[in-house]
Design a protein around this ligand. Structure first.
Ligand code: UD1
Length: 340
């Protein structure tokens, strides 16, 4: 298939581009580079040995999106592009709703006009909200999210479901990710957050490489084994493979729109993750315990059985793989991707 990857220069998008190419697909990237560096593309080309065509614009631009579909032959879309910082979304809700919703509508309209009916969407476990029973199952119906960012994921899942119901043949896989971490085993591409990292793994990696003084553990009085929050961390390589599996399964899905959890099914605590990273680096890393972060849930993980059974997909990489690969990337690229 010839696959349009929106946000293909980003963290998960770039790993998925490589997996798609390795699986024999052709890839076209659209990215506005608002939260990624153009130098990612050269690395994708050298790792894959393939030219990766890139269109650089913001998908909220309806005319440019239309022109892209008019000029490129596209069989399927994997849609990653969007703003994704939870805290920032609380202070800039208009920007988040406008960007994430408008870009999706513009993409869906162009797909409809040009008869493209295969879509894989980058959703999130955040859609399970605060009250879903753990492990999270796709059968849970009361989707909600406490942040505008998360709410855009809930809304986009709904929009895609409505558009598919009104369309003749649109097939959509909604992939609900748990906590993606790790990097490509080459150490050439990985997560490169701009500014202070919001998420645990890039923060630990920046402490290890000397860019941050110490990790602050957000609370150690949760009702968990060691008192710190537990999450379902999965390797970005497994996650990327999940996109290829979903794409190739679209035509055989039991319903035109289907949600799949992509996770390992196991929770790991903040302190256990820190210890695992220390093993990868070979030394202790400084940390302190601080107050809880607003909005954090004590513990959640995936029930990944639907993806296991229907997509034939399973996360295979261990926590130690995730830490070793993150460290290879971070130590080789202490400041992330170069500007040019
Ligand atoms: C966060 C978002 C979630 C989003 C996901 C993917 C929140 C509340 N949730 O999930 O909506 O889909 O990222 O990007 O922001 N931690 C520390 N110290 C740190 C950073 C994190 O102790 O410096 C802890 C957190 O309290 C949490 C765990 O590490 O218990 C994982 O945090 P994080 O990586 O931000 O992921 P989530 O909170 O699960």
């Amino acid at each position: 298939m010839r696959v349009l990857v929106s946000g293909g220069a980003g963290y998960i998008g770039s790993h998925t581009v490589l997996k798609l190419i390795a699986s024999g697909h052709d890839v076209v990237v659209v990215d506005d580079f608002s939260n990624s560096k153009p130098t990612v593309v050269g690395r994708l080309e050298s790792l894959s040995g393939t030219h990766v065509p890139v269109h650089s614009f913001d998908l909220t631009d309806v005319d440019k999106t239309e022109r892209l579909f008019a000029h490129e032959q596209i069989d399927a879309v994997v849609h990653f592009a969007g703003l994704k910082a939870v805290g920032e979304s609380v202070t800039k809700p208009i920007e988040y709703y406008r960007n994430n919703i408008d870009s999706t509508l513009s993409l869906l309209a162009a797909m409809q006009r040009h008869g493209v009916h295969r879509l894989v969407f980058s959703s999130s476990a955040t859609v399970y909200g605060e009250n879903a029973p753990v492990p999270y199952s796709e059968d849970y119906e009361h989707l909600s999210s406490s942040s505008p960012y998360g709410q855009t994921k809930v809304m986009i899942e709904r929009i895609m479901t409505d558009v598919a119901a009104a369309s003749d043949g649109l097939r959509v896989a909604l992939l609900r990710y748990f906590n993606p971490v790790g990097a490509h085993p080459s150490g050439q591409i990985g997560e490169d957050p701009q500014g202070i990292p919001n998420n645990l793994m890039p923060f630990i990696a920046q402490v290890a490489v000397g860019r941050r003084e110490k990790l602050t553990v957000f609370g150690d009085d949760y009702p968990t084994a060691d008192g710190t929050c537990e999450r379902d961390y999965l390797h970005v390589e497994d996650l990327a493979a999940g996109h290829v599996a979903a794409l190739e399964h679209l035509d055989d899905m039991v319903t035109p729109v289907r949600a799949f959890n992509l996770g390992t099914g196991t929770g790991t605590s903040v302190l256990a993750m820190l210890k695992a990273f220390e093993r990868a680096v070979g030394r202790e890393l400084p940390y302190e315990v601080g107050p809880r972060r607003a909005g954090d849930l004590a513990a959640f993980w995936a029930d990944p059985s639907r993806a296991n059974d229907e997509l034939g997909w399973r996360a295979v990489k261990t926590i130690d793989d995730m830490c070793a690969d993150t460290w290879r990337w971070q130590s080789a690229n202490p400041q992330g991707f170069p500007d040019a």
